[in-house]
Design a protein around this ligand. Structure first.
Ligand SMILES: [Ca+2]
Length: 325
């Protein structure tokens, strides 16, 4: 009996198998990121591969057409809770807006789209997310993003040390985004702010830190306070449809140049403003939009133009509700 027990104990480490590529990862983590070899190895042994994370990243992210996608975010619940969140945190939002020069309704809307105002911040352990996507990124997807997630994992380990986080326990999205604003580790390190000045940047529990950090993120990416985000455009039959952006949304031509290419905005925009053109699929037809610098800044938060449009539309609905109340 005793012999059997010993054998079992002896065998335990075998079950905690190393992830493939551990040695190269550890080498980089030590030489490029200054992490401790032992700590990195221990943490990697604790991290588990999760099939559900691979399944989530493999789902066609842009599958739904706009008119279905927008219903996820543009509904009474998300609008009304946005108004409530704004009312409850009015001073914080106002002071973050003033300090960082970002419109209040956009700060509220981003937190609403990301986590329903902090309610759904994700239940995956960050180490499981980042190890699964860094070490086991599915090979059949169009681009291999394992390098991105490996770097985020190293950033995460640095962040955990800096902020005193319980490294193995922190939870977030399947992709490793954390807290009420869903910051990736590198963004957390770079853009999170201690807006309540209590000595730590806490994007889970401190609404002040969350509101300040979201505002700072947009500010650092070039938000222009009070300026337009997007305006509806009318496309002529002979418009240059093949020049519509499919990615990036960096404004490349002016409003006047787009007009010459057949996209006219009904509003009284200055002809010199740089813009891009976005096409959205509505139920029965397409709509066209001129998108400006601020729209591009929202796509720095999440690359999808439909994400940016959802943030914008939700912000407008919440603002309308606030004006009424
Ligand atoms: Ca704080």
């Amino acid at each position: 009996m005793r012999k059997f027990l010993l054998l079992v104990l002896f065998c335990v480490p075998v079950f905690a198998a190393e992830h493939p590529g551990t040695d190269q990862f550890v080498e980089r983590a030590v030489s490029e990121y200054g992490l401790s070899e032992n700590e990195v190895r221990e943490l990697l042994l604790e991290a588990e591969y999760k099939q559900s994370i691979v399944d989530a990243i493999s789902r066609p992210a842009e599958g739904k057409p706009w008119y279905q996608y927008r219903k996820i975010f543009l509904n009474d619940k998300r609008i009304n809770e946005g108004i409530k969140f704004w009312e409850e945190n009015r001073e914080l939002i106002e002071s973050a807006s003033e300090k960082f020069g970002v419109d209040e309704e956009i700060i509220v809307s981003i937190i609403g789209v990301e986590t329903l105002y902090g309610r759904i911040t994700g239940s995956y352990r960050i180490i499981d997310s980042l190890v699964t996507l860094g070490f086991y990124y599915p090979q059949d997807l169009s681009s291999d993003r394992s390098e991105f997630f490996s770097k985020e994992l190293m950033q995460y380990m640095q962040l955990a040390t800096e902020e005193g986080l319980p490294t193995a326990e922190v939870t977030g999205s399947y992709a490793g985004a954390m807290g009420m604003g869903q910051f990736m580790p590198s963004s957390y390190r770079e853009y999170a702010v201690d807006f309540d000045e209590d000595g730590s940047r806490d994007l889970w529990r401190s609404k002040a830190d969350v509101v300040g950090s979201v505002a700072n993120y947009l500010h650092r990416h070039g938000w222009q306070p009070g300026q337009a985000v997007t305006k509806r455009a009318i496309a002529s039959e002979s418009a240059a449809f093949d020049e519509i952006s499919t990615r990036g949304y960096k404004p490349s031509l002016t409003v006047a140049q787009w007009r010459e290419k057949g996209f006219t905005s009904s509003s009284d925009l200055s002809p010199d403003i740089p813009a891009a053109v976005l096409k959205l699929k509505e139920e029965k037809r397409n709509t066209y939009w001129l998108t400006f610098k601020n729209f591009y800044v929202i796509t720095r938060y999440n690359r999808s133009p439909r994400y940016a449009m959802a943030v914008y539309e939700l912000s407008q609905e919440i603002k309308k509700g606030m004006d009424k109340s």
